[in-house]
Design a protein around this ligand. Structure first.
Ligand code: ZN
Length: 180
């Protein structure tokens, strides 16, 4: 039996450079990289594929395109390493970030901006691309689309909007037209 494997994303796009993974994950990677997809929330992976189908080219992590040395050189900020799974030791982001729980992605779409996607979500919160999304982050000037399938008090009934320092790019605390 095999596990769910996204159509549009390789495992390396969703994890940091392999030496930064927990030891157990490194061992799994060495024997069968595809197995690591099992760590992720399946509905988050499904959503990732659906967003990619609708909006086109989407970058998560790109460390694989660089040399192993550069991939591990955290001073090279143009290299994305932690836009998918983020190990507990990683200093980027919040302590309980959904990225650490394998259910958040920072999508950089080539042809569409985050505000355009937020507008789509407000108009069609239940579209297949958005139906499993539970939380988004939104603030003015954001250059990536963060979504996750994390929990909140209105789980399944609304999309929680996480702003930054009181700024949520004009969106309310929830996108509420979510119906199951
Ligand atoms: Zn994020």
């Amino acid at each position: 039996m095999s596990n769910f494997v996204p159509e549009h994303f390789a495992i390396e796009e969703l994890i940091p450079p392999v030496p930064l993974l927990p030891k157990q994950m490194q061992q799994v990677y060495a024997s069968n990289p595809q197995k690591l997809f099992r760590c992720f929330d399946q509905l988050a992976l499904v959503t990732l594929d659906r967003l990619r189908k609708r909006y086109g080219s989407c970058l998560i992590n790109n460390w694989k395109a660089f040399s192993p040395e550069d991939a591990l050189d955290l001073s090279k900020k143009h290299i994305f390493r932690f836009s998918g799974y983020r190990p507990w030791e990683c200093e980027e982001g919040a302590t309980l970030s959904e990225h650490r729980m394998f259910r958040a992605f920072d999508c950089k779409f080539r042809n569409v901006s985050p505000p355009e996607i937020w507008a789509d979500m407000q108009a069609k919160t239940n579209a297949p691309e958005f139906e499993h999304i539970q939380r988004i982050e939104a603030f003015e000037g954001m250059s990536w689309f963060h979504f996750d399938t994390g929990q909140h008090e209105r789980y399944g009934e609304a999309v929680r909007v996480i702003g930054y320092r009181g700024n949520s790019a004009g969106l309310g605390e929830y996108l509420v037209n979510k119906v199951y």
